[in-house]
Design a protein around this ligand. Structure first.
Ligand SMILES: Nc1ncnc2c1ncn2[C@@H]1O[C@H](COP(=O)(O)OP(=O)(O)OP(=O)(O)O)[C@@H](O)[C@H]1O
Ligand SMILES: Nc1ccn([C@H]2C[C@H](O)[C@@H](COP(=O)(O)O)O2)c(=O)n1
Length: 232
């Protein structure tokens, strides 16, 4: 599994992090949460008082923060300029602004370059919005996770105290619209990706199904092979 890259994309709350971590653990692979990197960049911009209504201001400053991502699926870590931001990047202010920051091409160019460095020779499950389309189109296995808007909102509101499913659904719909309609690398399903609708599936069933797909696509006779593939 050394060279294997599993690309996991999909809308907010579809289960990308939970499934990716479960798959990485089961296969002894590393895990990269690229959404956390966009959140870390947003946290830094907010802290610096950068005007997020001005894409030029975001672009001018996005080279400054040092964002360091861990790849252990058991304890995903993220630091900005040596500050542990794993908690703050999940706060409402960051969640409400991250799509605006992630739409700036200079931000994407910087973070995509860093993501490719971390992916290196592979052996990793990478989750985000553009992994199969932009970051690693040669990934041997590409999954596009979906679930109904209602199921995603219910799952998220169960996780976050004080948040109703209705409020969650509205917030997620807003973010998904921004993420899938922006000009730079919008959320979309990659060529060759397998779409997995998890609305009626438990988390352990989704992980088992992805493990089955990895075995099918990378095993003898499968289209992937046990390595990063060249883009065709
Ligand atoms: N198949 C499933 N059944 C039930 N709950 C699930 C399932 N998959 C994920 N969950 C739960 O749904 C919530 C959202 O999952 P997760 O954070 O993995 O989604 P995500 O796609 O990474 O979200 P985001 O893009 O917003 O970071 C979590 O509480 C997780 O435990
Ligand atoms: N590869 C990626 C990953 C994430 N984003 C943006 C879009 C999301 O709204 C935001 C936060 O991601 P999450 O933590 O919810 O997975 O980051 C992106 O544009 N590209």
């Amino acid at each position: 599994m050394t060279g294997l890259v599993v690309a996991m994309d999909g809308p907010s709350g579809s289960g990308k992090s939970s499934v990716s971590r479960g798959v990485a653990r089961a296969l002894g692979l590393r895990y990269l949460d690229t959404g956390a990197m966009y959140r870390a960049m947003t946290w830094w911009m907010l802290r610096q008082g950068v005007d997020l209504a001005d894409p030029g201001a975001i672009a001018a400053r996005c080279g400054e923060p040092l964002i360091v991502s861990g790849t252990d699926p058991d304890s995903p870590a993220i630091h900005v300029d040596e500050v542990d931001v794993a908690g703050p990047i999940r706060e409402a202010d960051v969640t409400g602004s991250v799509s605006v920051v992630a739409a700036v091409p200079e931000v994407r160019a910087r973070l995509v370059a860093r993501q490719r460095e971390i992916i290196g020779a592979g052996g990793i499950v990478v989750e985000g919005r553009d992994i199969g389309t932009v970051v690693c189109p040669g990934a041997a296995v590409k999954i596009y996770l979906t679930a109904s808007a209602e199921a995603r909102a219910l799952r998220r509101s169960a996780e976050l105290a004080g948040s109703t499913a209705r409020a969650q659904q509205e917030a997620m719909a807003r973010r998904d619209t921004l993420d899938s309609t922006r000009k730079a690398d919008p959320l979309s399903m990659a060529d060759g990706a397998v779409e997995l609708d998890t609305t009626a599936m438990r988390l352990d069933e989704v992980i088992a199904e992805v493990l089955r797909l990895v075995a099918e696509q990378t095993g003898p006779g499968g289209p992937g092979g046990d390595r990063i593939r060249e883009r065709t």
